[in-house]
Design a protein around this ligand. Structure first.
Ligand SMILES: Cc1cc2nc3c(=O)[nH]c(=O)nc-3n(C[C@H](O)[C@H](O)[C@H](O)COP(=O)(O)OP(=O)(O)OC[C@H]3O[C@@H](n4cnc5c(N)ncnc54)[C@H](O)[C@@H]3O)c2cc1C
Length: 424
């Protein structure tokens, strides 16, 4: 089959938190970069899903900032635009940076375009052509038809590891029953915030239990939470839990979207009936794309483990720091939390971004090489952005030195990252 052809230096597939930073870092180094995104905005979970708080910039209990570089630049741009604020010591994950999702969309777009990268929306990366362990092209599908884009280096930031899987690189995927649950995020307006704050997190959970016991509700998650946003009277809620879904199965994903909105209506009814301050509130938005926490995890040159997370292990090829706890949203009504020892942090090694068997492919973001439990920590947004920046920088080095991505000189990678204010 013949396709329209296009050639770039670096092809980044998926414009979520990781893809944005991968494209910016490679383009800033002067490379010809194309960033492809299937939806009509950048940010993935951070925008289309409505998850409006960056975690992972700080260790949970302390105030030590452990992520810099492009992710911190993005956070600063949000603050300068008066579109973000820090929420100190929020439940479980520590200090978060809560932002206006609509402003983040624009900041991501502007940062990508300013870097010189080319941006392509409404385009789906489909078939992957491979020869002798090298990807030779990725076929993109959009309204114009099919185009084969060839690049020197490919970066898979689809979250689901679509490109790695289709190239034949090995990956792991837990059984549907063990995969972390999916969540539709929702926003409500006209909330009396001070009245609503009089109900503690524990009391909210107790009322959810009571509502379930009344027989008029079947709320699958009894410890979800809501928080304030930059807009007066508007809250964001993370309560929905759709379990047992493999989000790489499009039919199952479709049913999950339907179920997520069905649950949302129930949680909205619960809040209005059981929680002071919500009486006159109304639903103003749900995720355009249901939130996916976990699907494929590639098998890279190293696989991060829960032990690495808990003991705060450091690696010689560490490209990002993470102090976020394991936050495992299983199928039950509760979430499993496991913290890094002594409020410390661990390194994400470069090898977790390097898939086995394919010489010119990197991954970044939630499809990194990690066990189910370790991924439940490393998937935080600040770390996904940091991984993206590292992958973009590594791609440039691989291109310059004409070596496979697995053979780039690590000291050079670390030196370049430090020069970009990355905290390692
Ligand atoms: C419900 C939920 C709540 C969360 N809460 C928090 C939180 O409060 N704080 C925090 O820090 N983290 C949180 N996270 C985790 C964090 O948001 C994500 O792990 C992280 O943003 C993932 O970024 P990513 O770029 O790896 O993937 P994604 O955000 O999934 O982005 C992947 C992008 O690739 C695109 N794409 C996929 N396949 C293709 C294809 N074949 N072709 C073209 N484009 C494609 C998608 O449209 C998407 O834009 C949460 C996650 C979820 C789901």
């Amino acid at each position: 089959m013949s396709y329209t052809q296009k050639k770039v230096d670096v092809l980044v597939l998926g414009g979520g938190a990781a893809g944005v930073c991968a494209a910016i870092s490679a383009a800033r180094a002067g490379k010809k970069v194309l960033l492809v995104e299937s939806q009509g905005c950048l940010g993935g979970s951070r925008t289309a899903t409505g998850v409006d708080t960056f975690y992972g910039f700080y260790t949970p209990k302390g105030q030590q900032r452990i992520v810099g570089g492009i992710p911190w630049e993005i956070a600063q741009l949000l603050t300068e635009a008066n579109a973000a604020f820090e929420r100190k010591n929020t439940y479980g994950a520590g200090t978060g940076i809560t932002y206006d999702v609509e402003i983040l969309k624009v900041i991501y777009e502007q940062s990508v375009l300013d870097s010189g990268a080319e941006l392509l929306y409404h385009t789906y990366a489909s078939r992957v052509h491979v020869s002798d362990g090298y990807i030779t092209g990725v076929v993109l599908a959009n309204k114009q038809g099919l185009t084969e884009v060839s690049a020197n280096i490919y970066i898979d930031t689809t979250g689901d590891g679509d490109i790695a899987a289709r190239s034949g690189a090995p990956f792991e995927k837990s059984d549907a029953a063990e995969l972390q649950s999916l969540s539709t995020i929702f926003f409500m307006a006209n909330v009396d915030i001070s009245a609503a704050k009089s109900v503690s997190h524990d009391e909210l959970a107790a009322r959810m239990r009571k509502a379930n016991q009344s027989g008029h509700y079947s709320l699958p998650r009894e410890e979800g939470s809501w928080h304030i946003t930059p807009h007066a009277g508007v809250i964001q809620a993370n309560m929905v839990r759709v379990s047992g879904v493999d989000a790489t199965d499009p039919y199952a994903l479709t049913l999950a979207e339907v179920e997520g909105r069905r649950q949302t209506r129930q949680y909205v009814r619960f809040l209005k009936e059981y929680v002071a301050g919500f009486e006159d509130a109304f639903l103003v938005g749900t995720s355009h794309h249901i939130g996916i926490r976990e699907t494929r995890r590639i098998q890279g040159e190293y696989m991060l483990t829960e032990e690495d997370v808990v003991i705060g292990r450091k690696f010689e090829d560490g490209i990002a720091c993470c102090g976020a706890p394991v936050e495992d949203h299983g199928a039950g009504k509760d979430t499993r939390w496991v913290y890094v020892k002594d409020d410390g942090y661990y390194h994400i090694p470069y090898r977790c971004l390097v898939p086995k068997e394919i010489q010119n492919l990197l991954v970044a973001g939630r499809c990194l090489s990690a066990t189910h439990s370790a991924q439940a920590s490393a998937r935080n947004s600040a770390q996904c952005m940091a991984m993206g920046q590292a992958a973009g920088t590594a791609a440039v080095i691989s291109l310059e030195q004409h070596v496979p991505v697995s053979s780039i000189p690590i000291p050079l990678l670390l030196e370049r990252l430090r020069s970009q204010d990355v905290v390692i």
